[in-house]
Each structure stands twice: as structure tokens, then as C-alpha cells.
Design a protein around this ligand. Sequence first.
Ligand code: ATP
Ligand code: MG
Length: 501
Amino acid sequence: VSRFEIKIAFALLLTAAIPLTVALALASRLVDESVTVGLNPRVREAVQSQVPVVRDFIRARIAFFKSMVRALAQSHPLIEAIGARDSRGAEKVLRTELNNCEHCTDIELGGAGMSIRVSGRAKFPTETWAPRTFPSADDPGVAVAGHPQVRLRLTAVLARRYLEGLREAGEFAALYTVLAEKSGAVKRSYLIAFGLALGVTLAVALSVGLFLSRRVTRRIGVLIAATRRVASGDLEFQIPVKSRDEIGDLTQSFNKMLSDLGESQRRIVYLETIATWQEIARRLAHEIKNPLTPILLAVQQLHKKYTGDDETYRRTLGEAMEVVTEEVESLRTLVSEFSDFAKLPAVRRAPGDLVAFVDELARGESAEGVEVVVRRPEGPVMVAFDRMLLRRALTNLLKNAREAMQVSGDSAPPEMSVAVRDGEAVLEVSDRGPGVPEESKARVFDPYFTTKREGTGLGLSIVKKIILDHEGRITVADREGGGAVFRVILPITAEKERAQE
Ligand SMILES: Nc1ncnc2c1ncn2[C@@H]1O[C@H](COP(=O)(O)OP(=O)(O)OP(=O)(O)O)[C@@H](O)[C@H]1O
Ligand SMILES: [Mg+2]
């Protein structure tokens, strides 16, 4: 686990933990409050006092009905009517009593040969009213004063609402008691649930953080490994770009830097090699050039000074002088090519239109009777170049193109084209010759590499050196339909100046 990973994971943990802890605190208070609102003393009083109130009310009703029966048993008109065996009089007393009582439904009187039952007219549906008998059904009834064998019984109704209210209040009070006892446990279980949620969220945040940061660090690790490779001198590789984010961009610019570095390294190596070969060419030219004249003079002297009359010997001398003169001549050409190569001047660039330059060059060539086809864009292509050296490079390329076409016997003229691609000037010289075989492509620019009997192998080296000195590049490729394409890429000055601005 790297430091970066720890940082990312910690940041995610923190962002997850802060709101969760606040939520946990709020939740804990909420649970606390909802429990304590329920357990508030006034609520407790209200809940618990409801039970006795309802109970007392019902008791009062029951006591009322009981005392009513007892009072009826002491009623003088009733006692007198019973004493006189006057059933009608007794029934009248009972009805009057029943009519005075709102919730009484029946009064029964029985014993000593009498059995009277009066019922109220009002109906009390049993869904809302519960009938009760006083005294209770298994009791024989209240004895009438003076007539112990005559018994009285009253039936009245109690509102079910109160009876049920009593039951509910009792249940609620019981629940309340349980709640009060268990409030601690309830609170604890809420807190445990919230705590668990917090823990799970933190674990998820931590693993997501580690996962994300690990992906980032792994990709940065690839870049770090690449920088080590570069530091150890390896420039010939590219890192695969997998995504289009900032690290992808970084990888892309790293790759660009690598190829630029590789390019400039190859450029430096090439120019150093050329410099070495130039030095060798200079020395060779020097060493060969000096003895040439004495050799030629000596042979001419020999030829001139012979005055003998041996005709055969004279002829031999004449032939030897011709061979030596010819070979010295070709050695002189070689020496001049060597020293031309050795004394390549430094480029002196001046901005100019590459298109006009190429046109002019082609016109000069066709004036000498050799045709060149030119393809060019509409406007000018401004490039900083050394006219003399670039002409020399292009002449060399055209010379190779013509020599290649002599090999293949094709009579199509070589072509030159100028174009602008990716902000760079692209100048191509192409032919319909045999092309450059794949295995030679890497070597054609090497000094002294040649496949021609009369060639020095310096032509393309000179071209490449000139182009590299122009901060350009040169490549060789196969031409579509056969032949070779030598592609010269030069920076455009206007673009460069605009970029510098
Ligand atoms: N247009 C071309 N088509 C096919 N092969 C080519 C072409 N130009 C160059 N080459 C190959 O590259 C080699 C090197 O070319 P370069 O111009 O350096 O030397 P050269 O032409 O052989 O000698 P010199 O330039 O001194 O006449 C050639 O010998 C040839 O094999
Ligand atoms: Mg050549």
C-alpha cells in the first residue's frame, strides 16, 4: 500500500465518516427524544390516570344501580301494595321507578305468589350497550322490607365504550410500563443498527477508496518504471494508452517525449557518425590527392624520355601512360567527391517559398533536357532553408531516381511533390524504379553504402545530413504501384513563429 493510496482512502473515509457520524448523533438524539416524550411524567400521569377515571366512573354507575334497587326495596308505596296483595299497584310503582331511570331496562319482582316484570320502551342495541343485572344473576335478589320472601332485581345497561375504554387504557398503561422498563434496550438497539450501518458504509468507502487509488497508482507505477527505463538509456519503447483521462494524457505526452527524444538521439548519433566519416574522407582525399600529380608526371616523363628504337616497348609505355592517366583522373574525381563530402558547408537558412523553389529546380532540370513532374499545393509553403544545400540534396535524390529508373527500364519521369501535413512541409521525390528492398531501407543513408558499380554511397548521406541540419527528417518508403518514395519533412517557419508568439 503506497502513501498515495493511504491518502485517497483516508480522504474517502473522512468524507464518509463525517456525515455518517452527524447522522448517528442526530439519530441517537431522535431515539432519545421519542422515547422520553413517551416517558414524560405528564404523559405518564395522563396515561395512568385514565385507567382509574374510567374505572371509578363504571363503579359509580354500578353503585347507583345497586342503591336504586335497594331504595326500591324500602319504598313505602311498594311495601303497602305488596301488603295489600295489590299486583297492579305494585306494577305501577315499579313502572314509575323504571321511567325515572334513563338506562334501566327491566325490573322484576317475584315471591309470595307475585311475579311482575316491567320493561322500558327504550331499546339499547347490544353492540353499544352491555346489560348488567343487579344484584347479579345468581343472587336471588334484594328482599323488600317487611316481605323477606319478595325479591327485586334490576337490569340496566352500561355503555360498552366505557368498558372497552377501560380495557384499552389498561393495555396502554401496561405497554407504557414495559416501554419505560425497556427504553434503554430500545435505544441501544437503534444505536447498534445505526452503528452497523456506519461501519458497513465506512468499510465500503475504504475498499472503494483503496480500489480506485490502487488503479491510479498502478498506472502511475507504469510511468515511473518507464522513466527508470529512460534513465537507463532505453528510448525504443512506448507505453500502451488505455484510457482517455489525465493519466492517459500524461502517458500520451510521455510517449511523445520518448519518440522525440529517440528521434533527436538518433539524429545526434547520425550527425556524429557523418562527422567521423567526413574526417576520414578528408584525410583520404588529402593522402590520395598529393601523390597523384607526381605519379602522372613520372609516367609522362618515362614516356617522353624514352628515345630507344624498340617499337613494342614504346607502345607498352604509351598504353601504361594512358591507363595511369585514366586511373589518376578517376582517382581525382573520387578525391573531389570525398573532399566535397568532407567539406559540406554549414547550413545558412533563410525563409522562402518551398513550392517556388521546387518549381525553379524542376525548370532548371528540364532546361537541361531531363523532365521532372511537380505536384504542388495552391499557396506558398514557407520554410527556412539553405538554397544551395537543399538544391544539392534534391539533385542527389533526383539523380538516384533516374539511376533507379535506368535499372528498371521505365521511362516515366521522376516526380516531386510539396504538401503541408500536420503543420509540416512534406517534400517527396518518387520514381518508378525497382524500389528499395526492405533489408536495405535502414542502410541506404549510411555513408559508403551503395549497390552501384560506380557509386560512392555518399549521395544519400549528404542528403540526410543536409536535411537533419535543417531540423528536418527523411525517410524512404515503397511507392504505391512500384518504385521508391524519399520523403523529406521540414518545419514550416510561419507555424513556428506563430507558436513562439
Ligand atoms: N530511388 C532509389 N531507388 C532504389 N534504390 C535506391 C534509390 N536511391 C538510392 N537507392 C539505393 O541506395 C543506395 C545508396 O544511395 P546513395 O545515393 O547514397 O549512393 P549511390 O547512389 O549508390 O552513389 P552516388 O550517390 O555516389 O552515385 C544506392 O546504391 C541504391 O542501392
Ligand atoms: Mg546516389
